[in-house]
Design a protein around this ligand. Sequence first.
Ligand SMILES: Cc1cc2nc3c(=O)[nH]c(=O)nc-3n(C[C@H](O)[C@H](O)[C@H](O)COP(=O)(O)OP(=O)(O)OC[C@H]3O[C@@H](n4cnc5c(N)ncnc54)[C@H](O)[C@@H]3O)c2cc1C
Ligand code: SF4
Length: 227
Amino acid sequence: MSTPQLRNMGTVGGNICLDTRCNWYDQSLFWRTAEGYCMKTHASVVCRVATSSPRCLAVASADTVPALIALGASAVVANAQGERRVAIADLYREDGISYLTLERGDVVTAVELPLEEGWRSAYLKLRDRNSFDFPIVGLAAAVRLEGATVRDARIAITAVASRPMLVAAAAKAIVGTRLEDEAIAAAADAVHKAARPMDNTSGTISQRKRASRVFAERALRSLRDGS
Ligand SMILES: Cc1cc2nc3c(=O)[nH]c(=O)nc-3n(C[C@H](O)[C@H](O)[C@H](O)COP(=O)(O)OP(=O)(O)OC[C@H]3O[C@@H](n4cnc5c(N)ncnc54)[C@H](O)[C@@H]3O)c2cc1C
Ligand code: SF4
């Protein structure tokens, strides 16, 4: 993700808590002053992407998050009262403004990964520039194999809604299978159904929806073939 300079300076905690993105919001003051603001900065103004939307639809955009969700990771969250563990998947809300479930004073102090014995994982992203860029679709898949049979699976997507999310139906479609092409196609269908991109980042809605299906197929084939 990102550039070597940003990766060297940025933290995992910062990436997990990265703000949502939107083509309307991520502009210079000059541009915003000329075009006008939106709900994300001015509560009384409509969302410019979907004027009847009661909430901001800005897009979850961190690459580490779907990969961590697929691996079953948890965040250690500390505040003045103590410490708690929160599944990474539960850190987010489907709301482009109030996108984290963290409260004021909460700090992510660590990320914990469960033992990964028997698990294989993959992350694929679509982006404008291959050198560095945010995902406009991101998909992470992890499977635990016994022989060639899938015993457990997690598939997570990002950049197609305001929160990164687990697609339980996709995992269900492959558990108990040997990742035959039909099972992979069923999982990819579930991912395609769950992906709800809006027209507020690069790419088109249909391109990003199609890409989510293609990435599910590619990721699961690569896990099956060990490539
Ligand atoms: C040009 C560019 C390209 C980028 N491309 C990508 C990309 O391709 N993929 C990608 O995933 N990201 C990308 N990023 C985002 C970048 O990786 C993140 O901004 C970076 O990881 C943030 O880390 P940071 O430590 O600097 O956090 P900060 O920017 O300091 O913090 C981000 C937010 O998280 C909060 N925060 C930080 N640490 C914690 C903590 N421990 N607990 C609670 N809250 C915390 C801060 O208050 C702030 O709201 C890009 C950024 C730029 C500028
Ligand atoms: S999705 Fe709507 S409210 Fe949110 S930043 Fe974009 S234009 Fe503003």
